[in-house]
Design a protein around this ligand. Structure first.
Ligand SMILES: [Zn+2]
Length: 271
């Protein structure tokens, strides 16, 4: 009998999955099963509106210890940010399963809401976030200067958080790190065309400030062996492999560091 036990594979944490999206919503149980088989032990369900944040909380309650929720209003939906949303978010942020304030931030790429509406919704969520003492789950696209200016005083007041799905360049990564924010990396890093600026930036991110995420159903990792149409949390090991290859590090090493960073940042139970 072989008594030698296999070395335990490092567990992953996916800090960004849009379970409420039309692509993923009908598949929750399968997605969680495949995630577990891929060693993705814990997942943050992203809330992008009051309604989807409520759904994320319900999902977290149905899968305690595995799924956790964020609650916030995404810049795309900033135009519908009103007193009702503020009340609803304030309720959600009191729940222990809600481990982050967000997704919130600025996105001037497509301006689904006007920049003014985005800044108003972001400013309100930032000021409320301080009181929750929960970390921020941040989104920034094509809005670096305004985003950085709005965050700096809040971080100086004690807020912390992750710039999720970071796709910027090295100087932007360094500026966020200098503020004290962590960085979340998706399959964008495996895209040799449009991911080039990010690939130059990743080596500048200290290993204790890095988080991994799929941002499923978006951003299918380009290095994945098979394609299933849309991205899902079970593909997170491909993101880890992409980062490890880029940094010429052992993949377990990357996974262990990122898992411990994410558990620490969001207060997730460890194993
Ligand atoms: Zn985002």
């Amino acid at each position: 009998m072989n008594t030698e036990s296999k070395p335990e594979r490092a567990q992953l944490v996916d800090i960004g999955v849009n379970f409420h999206s039309a692509q993923l919503a009908p598949l929750t149980d399968q997605l969680l099963m495949r995630a577990r088989a891929a060693n993705v032990a814990q997942i943050l369900a992203t809330g992008t509106s009051a309604a989807s944040s409520r759904q994320a909380l319900e999902l977290a309650r149905a899968h305690p210890g595995t799924v956790f929720a964020t609650a916030g209003v995404h810049p795309h939906g900033a135009k519908s940010f009103d007193a009702d949303a503020v009340r609803e978010l304030a309720e959600l942020w009191k729940c222990p399963e809600v481990v982050a304030v967000g997704e919130c931030g600025l996105d001037y790429n497509r301006n689904f809401s006007t920049p003014e509406a985005q800044r108003m919704a972001f400013a309100q969520q930032l000021s409320m976030a301080i009181e929750t003492r929960k970390p921020l789950f941040l989104h920034c696209r094509d809005a670096f200067a305004d985003f950085h200016d709005m965050l700096a005083p809040v971080v100086a007041d004690g807020a912390r958080g992750v710039v999720h799905c970071f796709t910027g360049n090295r100087a932007e990564a360094e500026a966020f790190l200098a503020l004290g924010l962590d960085i979340g990396i998706t399959g964008w890093v495996t895209d040799l065309q449009r991911g080039q600026a990010l690939r130059d930036a990743v080596p500048a991110i200290p290993l204790d400030r890095l988080h991994l995420e799929t941002d499923a159903p978006y951003l299918f990792p380009k290095n994945a062996e098979k394609r299933r149409g849309h991205n899902e949390p079970a593909n997170l090991p491909w993101v880890a492999a992409g980062v490890a290859k880029l940094l010429r590090r052992d993949v377990d090493n990357i996974i262990q560091a990122c898992t411990s960073n994410s558990r620490r940042m969001f207060g997730l139970p460890g194993h």
